[in-house]
Write a protein that binds this ligand. Sequence first.
Ligand code: CTP
Length: 399
Amino acid sequence: METARGHIVIGITGGIAAYKTMTLIRLFKKNGYEVKVVATPHAMEFVTRTTIETLSQNPLYVDLFDHSKPYDVQHIALADWADALVVAPATANIIGKYAHGIADDLLSTILLACQKPVFIAPAMNDKMYEEPSVQQNITLLRQKGCMIISPNSGSLACGTAGTGRMQEPEEIYQDVVQYLQKPQPLSGKNVMITAGPTYEPIDPVRFVGNRSSGLMGFALAETAAEMGAQVTLVTGPTHLHCQHPNIRRVDVETAEEMYQQCMLVQAQQDIMIMAAAVADYTPADPAPEKIKKKDDQLQLQLTKTKDILASIGKVKRENQLLVGFALETEHERENALKKLHNKNADMIVLNSLRDKGAGFGTPTNKVLMITKDEQTFESELKSKADIAHDILQVVCNML
Ligand code: CTP
């Protein structure tokens, strides 16, 4: 018997576009995927059990407590079985429930139990689609890591025209398959990434910090996860959100906390990339209460923090790859090389603040990568996501 190319769970909710989902089931089946379908009771107003079961060649799941099926905790079993979950059509109702963690039927319960890629193809009336709470819920789902397959505009079943028509089954199929077939050169690898600034407390309300946005570290985490890695992202304070389900985020504030968290997991990592702008000094004796305004001058005593990159460089094993960043304003290459060797890294990514559009706070970057045998790779000014891709490509080649 031929093995399936993958397992797809298709969720159908109550919208007229449900009839098009029959073509989607057919497309996956025709191309060698195994398909199981979960429909809400409202979806069953639009399509029939016989059609779904005939096309998918599997029993249809509708009830959370279905006593006719062999004993199994269905929502867990289906979430585990799936390589990807596709909800098409997705009504405003299922989008709202999933965005807010509500699980009151089989499909919404599976969604919460699923740690695989989830694709959502919204379909509804244009006014409903544009309604602010629906848009906010879609944003929440994107932040959770769902892939939203945006609806088309055109004439809608309710007689009006606008945006809200479910994307065509062929497009949905292509989006899912392209995602599943992306090369995963970091599959099976553990990658730790540090990101963002650190905040060093002066008193309970003030801190010493820096202008790092965390964008570069987050872009590296996303890209590494897309390349198949299990990512631990140790991040200082930032407003950024992680998208990918394979990213475990650890929030820290100070250099000491970042050091502790990194040391805790470093031994299990294959690759470690230190993109955080860690404070080099921290107030020696933070005040327990808010410092009141008194004299004309205030002296702050600062002490050196632990260097995380250098500490890991001291303990790292032969088969672990360590990458540092160097942010320089002068003698860039010379300083970067010093950091590379002094901290025992395998590669250093040099940012020059003299390059416009590179470094802190910008959405773009321009870097020079230098390996420990002093091979260099240059990346032109481009988005931090593209730079992350270049860095990880060099890392993959070094592996
Ligand atoms: N780094 C670190 N822990 C610190 C300081 C820096 O892990 N306490 C890491 C950074 O994440 C980066 C690299 O070391 O990957 C270089 O950081 P940078 O600030 O450029 O260099 P420093 O060693 O702090 O030296 P200087 O500030 O004097 O340039």
